[in-house]
Ligand binder design. Structure first.
Ligand code: FES
Length: 165
């Protein structure tokens, strides 16, 4: 059986199409929605995004494999991406990463059913370092003692979305 986007995802994409002269600029949003709906961007998901946006699978594959927030293999329901690049490192990013490792019982790069824990390069939130991103939602100025609260939030919101449309 071939894959299909949910009605909710299709509606979101249709709203986004209206903002641009073609469907191509919607590709990042479509890949986020696809990863949320199908868990990863395996070949058949890449094909679906291509068919949906009238783009070749090769084009979609090129975008999906360029950005580190997209994954081609299954992982936890929620990806916790902890930045340890320079600004975050200087303001305790490694302490935040260690707190997530302890709380989740995972080492960076590992997954269980609920979470994938990823050490990330700069996620463009340096002014509020240390930062993490889960789904499309950023958590800013994170301290290790906020990790319990963030994990509790993520367990009930496994696909958090940015408040910015
Ligand atoms: S260095 Fe962490 S957000 Fe830029």
């Amino acid at each position: 059986m071939s894959l299909k986007f949910s009605d909710e995802a299709t509606s979101k994409l249709e709203v986004l199409y209206g903002r641009y002269p073609s469907k191509q600029p919607v590709i990042l949003a479509a890949l986020h929605l696809a990863q949320k709906e199908f868990g990863d961007l395996r070949d058949e998901v890449i094909d679906l995004v291509g068919e949906t946006l009238d783009l070749s699978s090769a084009h979609v594959y090129g975008v999906a494999t360029f950005y580190t927030m997209f994954r081609r293999k299954p992982g936890g329901k929620t990806s916790v991406r902890v930045c340890t690049n320079v600004a975050c490192m200087l303001r305790g990013g490694y302490d935040v990463l260690a707190a997530f490792e302890k709380k989740l019982g995972l080492k960076k790069g590992e997954s269980n059913d609920d979470f994938s824990l990823i050490e990330e390069e700069c996620i463009a939130a340096c002014a509020n370092a240390p930062a993490i991103v889960c789904g499309t939602k950023y958590f800013l100025d994170v301290t290790p003692d906020q990790v319990d609260e963030i994990v509790t939030f993520l367990k009930s919101n496994p696909h958090p979305e940015s408040e910015v449309a």
